[in-house]
Design a protein around this ligand. Structure first.
Ligand code: T5A
Ligand code: NA
Length: 238
């Protein structure tokens, strides 16, 4: 049971495409509910539900993902529309901002929030196209900062074996390799202490292992936060 004086923990799951984020988010949600911890799943981009969400029993707890901005992003990812790289980057960020208030309210009401992708994906995917890292980070500065980010690390070769690669815009091995490099840079910065700590804790998890082994590993990092967090939410990079 959570401590009523504490707010909910803000936990982000990041990683390459097919690293198992949605699978792990659903499993973690189930485990927290089993422990009587109130929890809500949020996915970015907030567009259509991915298969693993649709299959999960937590379908009903996923907030509205059909915002106007969400629909524009969805159409872009399916290559049904073209947008300038800067424009789509700002839309992804705007999609986080439009849901930030409700996210904050949920946390302050004592509910843990599990977020499937967040600002770190925004930076990694756009910077991998050649946009400057600093420019990519700017629109997400001062969003609610996670208490903990779990980065599910997997080689693009192994991710590709999991099937379904090639359907969406970024699902190409070469793209994923570049994205992984940007994530690696972010991970180094966030664990080296060379930057401020307003981004919360960053943990890299080897996601190339079996589903249950990865889930157990993740749980060891979640357990200390499960009863809630004291103190206000931080703001990203500010
Ligand atoms: N994007 C996103 C941006 O460019 N900017 C941004 O700001 C944001 C937020 C859509 C795209 O948008 C980009 C990044 C993305 O390219 P998405 O909807 O999250 O993002 O799409 P994907 O990451 O592609 O979601 P996936 O559903 O493909 O990946 P997941 O969630 O990491 O993987 P999951 O859990 O669905 O698993 C994939 C498959 O692998 C199996 C599963 O059963 C499933 O078949 N699997 C495993 N198999 C073996 N061992 C394991 N441990 C496994 N775990 C899962
Ligand atoms: Na997913």
């Amino acid at each position: 049971m959570p401590d009523s004086k504490k707010r909910g923990a803000f936990i982000v799951i990041e990683g390459l495409d097919r690293s198992g984020k949605s699978t792990q988010a659903a499993k973690l949600c189930e485990r927290l509910e089993h422990e009587d911890i109130p929890v809500k799943l949020q996915k970015f981009p907030g567009t259509c539900l991915s298969l693993s969400y649709a299959k999960s029993t937590y379908f009903a707890s996923v907030p509205d993902r059909t915002t106007t901005i969400g629909k524009m992003i969805d159409s872009y990812l399916r290559s049904e529309s073209e947008l300038d790289d800067h424009t789509i980057h700002l839309l992804f960020s705007a999609n986080r901002w439009e849901l930030a208030n409700s996210l904050e309210k949920t946390l302050n009401a004592g509910t843990t929030v599990l977020c499937d992708r967040y600002a770190f994906s925004g930076i990694a995917f756009s910077a991998s196209k050649g946009l400057s890292y600093e420019w990519c980070r700017a629109p997400d500065v001062s969003l609610p900062a996670p208490d903990l980010t779990l980065f599910l690390d997997i080689t693009p070769e192994k991710a590709k074996e999991r099937g379904g690669y090639g359907e969406e815009r970024y699902e190409k091995e070469e793209t994923q390799r570049r994205v992984r490099q940007v994530f690696a840079r972010m991970g180094e910065e966030m664990t080296s202490g060379s930057q401020d700590s307003s981004h919360g804790q960053w943990i890299t998890v080897d996601a190339g292992r079996g589903v249950d082994i990865v889930a157990e590993d993740i749980w060891t990092h979640i357990r200390p936060l499960a009863s809630g967090v004291s103190g206000p939410l931080n703001r990203l990079w500010s």
